[in-house]
Design a protein around this ligand. Structure first.
Ligand code: UDP
Ligand code: GLC
Length: 378
């Protein structure tokens, strides 16, 4: 089967990293079309996945856009849609991986008469999207998609609650190659030394810097944790959240935590950095659609604490394979950090259990097989 994947982003967020794993088995018969230049293109090329940047003109629709703004940007999309229609004729299927890709893919699917698949990586709820954007996504999916792959039951439920058709949706979790998450003990030691975190209890946060990812909650929790706890914040503002980055730095200064918080920026060595942590924290204040970092922490054999909402609840069972805390409650998070520090054996058992479960549950080969079976049925 020849697949034309579409993704609006030039930057590698979780949906894009997931797409790399999905496209890999089709690399000799697919094309990934992007709506922006950026390092995601290089990552696809490194993985030998054919890629083409279809437009370099920014599409001005934001998560909170109104109908007028949405319609205004439609004109801007016409040349892009025409290009996609033309290219789609060389493929059996259009696979839209993001919302703007869905809009373009929907019209291209209609004109090129190719079936459309929508991989839903978002929770289409009011806390994440404006009413207009929710209804554009649901209308396009209901009317044009033959299949909607939701990345969690939480994403599926929100899609249905927003009026999505139940008969076209299936839940498929992100897949991971467990061997990518194994690190040599000597490399871990070395990176801890390099980062100057040797001998500390290190809590790692791995996410783009954005208000709803809740880095500020971890910083607040750190101020309430024992003094030998430090934090590394790994990730950068991918979608223009510079004000939030400034706010985080100010918060660190105001709390006098300059020596206990390190901002590492965007990194490509996530497994090694996670392995260098004593605890991986996920702190989203809005429901997380899936949460790749939660599974990645588990695969690295590190204990994970996650905010109890959205997909995270499907990944973590409190006290069995990780810890769950109420979102946006730094006191609860500080409590879990302190417990992990004080009860290393119990915590290590939970992490070991989590690693074994995650290896089986999110095995990329099995997940790709699920997707292949769904696509074959179309
Ligand atoms: N990530 C990365 N480098 C960073 C920070 C994050 O490669 O500096 C990766 C992380 O390992 C994960 C993805 O970005 O695979 C983020 O996905 P997630 O589902 O956790 O959140 P999203 O950003 O997609 O909402
Ligand atoms: C999106 C979601 C994230 C999910 C990722 C992969 O970026 O925000 O929760 O893990 O897609 O499905």
């Amino acid at each position: 089967m020849k697949i034309f994947f579409l993704d609006q982003s030039g930057k590698p967020g979780g949906a894009e990293l997931c797409l790399i794993d999905i496209a890999k088995p089709y690399k000799d018969r697919c094309l990934v079309g992007l709506f922006a230049e950026g390092s995601f293109r290089n990552l696809l090329q490194q993985n030998h996945i054919p890629v083409q940047v279809l437009t370099t003109q920014a599409i001005e629709v934001r998560k909170e856009s109104s109908l007028a703004q949405g319609l205004g940007s439609l004109g801007q999309l016409i040349p892009l849609i025409a290009k996609v229609v033309q290219q789609a004729r060389e493929f059996d299927l259009i696979y839209a991986n993001t919302q703007k890709a869905l809009v373009v893919g929907a019209l291209a699917s209609f004109f090129s008469r190719r079936p459309l698949v929508y991989h839903l990586h978002d929770i289409l709820s009011p806390e994440h999207f404006s009413k207009t954007n929710r209804s554009i996504a649901v209308t396009c999916a209901n009317r044009f998609a033959s299949l909607v792959i939701a990345n969690s039951q939480a994403s599926q439920a929100a899609f249905l609650a927003a009026g999505g058709r139940p008969d076209i949706t299936k839940v498929v979790y992100n897949g991971f190659d467990a061997k990518n998450y194994q690190s040599q003990e000597s490399d871990v030691k070395q990176i801890r030394q390099q980062l100057g975190i040797d001998g500390q209890f290190v809590v790692g946060h791995f996410s783009r810097l954005a208000p709803w990812k809740g880095q500020h909650i971890l910083i607040e929790a750190l101020a309430k944790s024992p003094l030998d706890v430090t934090a590394i914040l790994v990730g950068d503002a991918l979608f223009g959240e510079q004000e939030y980055v400034q706010h985080l730095h100010q918060q660190v200064t105001a709390l006098g935590l300059e020596n206990r918080v390190k901002f590492l920026g965007f990194r490509s060595d996530i497994p090694l950095l996670m392995s260098a942590c004593d605890l991986v924290a996920h702190t989203s204040t809005a429901a997380e659609p899936f949460g790749r970092v939660i599974v990645e922490g588990m695969l690295c054999g590190r204990p994970v604490v996650a905010a109890k909402a959205g997909g995270a609840i499907e990944l973590v069972e409190h006290g069995v394979n990780g810890f769950l805390v109420t979102p946006a409650k730094p006191d609860e998070l500080a409590q879990v950090i302190t417990t992990c520090l004080q009860e290393p054996e119990k915590t290590a058992n939970i992490a070991e259990n989590a690693q074994a479960i995650a290896r089986q549950r999110f095995d990329v080969t099995a997940i790709n097989q699920q997707i292949a079976e769904l696509l074959d049925k179309l």
